[in-house]
Every structure is written in structure tokens, then in C-alpha cells.
Write a protein that binds this ligand. Structure first.
Ligand code: AMP
Ligand code: MN
Ligand code: MN
Ligand code: MN
Length: 279
């Protein structure tokens, strides 16, 4: 059997990954990845460096992005694949979206200070290679490095997940806008790690209905953030809705991610892979 090793979701230091785009591509290549998408949060400024490294390493690179969206009181992530990362509609939309992050990070720091954790804004900034993209992951790493918590997951469980003291509500992009920017850039929109959203069954149906109505076409069936049971649940949804299926590690770094780049399970063979439209 000759199944291509495809990984269409991972992060570099341009958002909250641990590896520079070049090093990430080299790791993917040594793990046997043949087709790789770099999908930094709300950012495309790692694509050019990744593309150069991919050419050297003999990997095919898909230009991607993971856009933060607010939907039904939850944060939902929409991945764009095969985008023109210079498209002004996309670039301008992402710039506006990123601009809200600094004030959010200051508010998070203020909330943490109320629980006795001071200086978290500066601490998180030290972990963020891209000052325009401070994410909760950077706060979590700072708290671990300070010795306050044993690992990143525990920080999220105690402080950073929705409803916890360091979580602040934030208005991300509208679903229709995020999908629209991806389509304007010639890309394919994909719902990232759908099992991770705390949505009612009715809201999950509304999400996929609105996503398709906006022109979205794909869903991550295999994700580093999915159990096998969750994978089967979204394989069924992909079949029922005729969605293209993606395979996605969501790799951030060696000690933080359950699945290494290129090391996810294969897609169920009856699904239509989203990469049939990318190669
Ligand atoms: P943000 O975009 O700032 O809200 O940060 C979201 C990022 O935080 C995700 O992309 C993950 O990297 C990380 N994250 C979110 N929830 C968790 C969790 N429960 N455990 C570990 N990392 C998480
Ligand atoms: Mn992340
Ligand atoms: Mn995500
Ligand atoms: Mn991701």
C-alpha cells in the first residue's frame, strides 16, 4: 500500500509552535512527511521561510493558516489550505484580528495578577517570538517555567481554559469573514479539531451548516487533538455532509503535543482527502 504521508496542520514560532518554520519543515521531512501545511494562528508570515526549507528538504509545502473565530459563545478554529498568502483581503483581515491580541494578553495578565500571579504579560511575551502573536500557550509556558505548574496542560486546566480565572472573553473573527478571506485567497476552508469545541449538538449542526453556506468544504477527521472515537464521529459527519477530510497533527512541539508532525493515523479510506484538491 502506498499512502502519501500528509500533515495539514502544524505551528511554528510565528505563532505558538516551538520550532522556527525551517526547523519544523526539516523535522517533518525526517518524519517522512511528503505534503505539509504550515498553519500558524492568524499569521502567514512563516510561509516564505517554510517554502524555501521545503524545497531544500524535498517536501511539498501547502500555504496555510488557522483563523480564530467566535461562534455560539465558543472559539472555533478554521484552517485555510492552499492560500495565496499575499492576498490583501486575507492579509488585512488577519492583521486586524491579530491587533486585538495585545490588549487581550494584558487583560489576561491582570486577571492572573488577581490570583497572585504577577508579571505574566512580560513573562508570556518572553516566550512569544512574534510579538504580534501572544497566545495562551505562551502564558502557559511562562507559568511552567516559573515553577508554578508542572506542565502546560495543568496550567490550562487551572487558569487558562474557559471559565478559569485567567480566561478572558475575546471577540475573534466572524465565521463568514474567516471563510471569506480564505476563499478570496483561493484556498479551501477546513473546520479544525471539531471534537474540541464545547458546543451543543444543535450548535454543532449550526456551525457546519453556516460553514458550508459560507463556502467551507473540509473537516479535520484525523487530528492530534482527537481520540479514535472522535475520529469516527467526524468521519461520519464528513460522509453525511460530503465534506473533504483532512489529516492534521496540530504539532506545536516535542513535549507539548500528543502527536508528532506526520505521525497521525491514516484517514478512513472511503473519505475524500482534502489534499486531492491540493496536489
Ligand atoms: P489562543 O489562540 O491564545 O486562545 O491560544 C490557543 C492555543 O492554546 C491553542 O492553539 C493551543 O496551542 C493552546 N491550548 C488551548 N487549550 C489547551 C489545552 N487544554 N492544553 C494545552 N494547550 C492548549
Ligand atoms: Mn496553538
Ligand atoms: Mn486550534
Ligand atoms: Mn492548531
Amino acid at each position: 500500500m502506498n499512502v502519501m504521508n500528509v500533515d495539514l496542520h502544524c505551528h511554528s514560532t510565528v505563532s505558538d509552535g516551538w520550532l522556527e518554520p525551517q526547523a519544523l519543515v526539516r523535522r517533518a521531512a525526517s518524519n517522512g512527511v511528503e505534503l505539509l501545511a504550515l498553519t500558524d494562528h492568524d499569521e502567514v508570515r512563516g510561509i516564505d521561510a517554510a517554502a524555501d526549507a521545503a524545497e531544500e528538504a524535498g517536501v511539498r509545502l501547502v500555504a496555510g493558516v488557522e483563523i480564530s473565530v467566535s461562534f455560539a459563545g465558543e472559539t472555533v478554529h478554521i484552517v485555510g489550505l492552499g492560500i495565496d498568502h499575499h492576498c490583501p483581503t486575507l492579509v488585512d483581515g488577519l492583521e486586524v484580528l491579530r491587533a486585538g491580541r495585545d490588549a487581550r494578553a494584558r487583560r489576561m495578565s491582570d486577571e492572573l495578577a488577581r490570583c497572585g500571579i504577577v508579571g505574566a504579560y512580560d513573562g508570556a511575551r518572553r516566550f512569544a517570538r512574534n510579538p504580534a502573536l501572544v497566545s495562551r500557550a505562551h502564558f502557559a509556558r511562562h507559568l511552567v517555567a516559573s515553577g508554578l505548574m508542572p506542565n502546560v496542560k495543568t496550567v490550562f486546566d487551572h487558569y487558562l481554559a474557559r471559565g478559569k480565572p485567567g480566561f478572558v472573553e475575546h471577540q475573534w473573527a466572524r465565521l463568514e469573514d474567516a471563510v471569506g478571506w480564505i476563499l478570496a485567497a483561493g484556498g479551501i476552508a477546513v473546520v479544525a479539531h471539531p471534537a474540541r469545541y464545547r458546543l451543543s449538538a444543535a450548535d454543532m449542526t449550526r456551525l457546519f451548516d453556516a460553514f458550508s453556506a459560507a463556502g467551507g468544504e473540509g473537516v479535520e477527521v484525523v487530528s492530534g487533538a482527537h481520540s479514535e472515537e472522535e475520529m469516527r464521529r467526524f468521519a461520519t459527519i464528513a460522509r453525511q455532509r460530503g465534506l473533504l477530510a483532512s489529516r492534521a497533527s496540530d504539532f506545536h512541539g516535542e513535549n507539548e503535543s500528543p502527536v508528532d508532525v506526520g505521525r497521525c493515523n491514516p484517514l478512513p479510506p472511503d473519505l475524500t482527502p482534502v489534499w486531492s484538491r491540493l496536489i
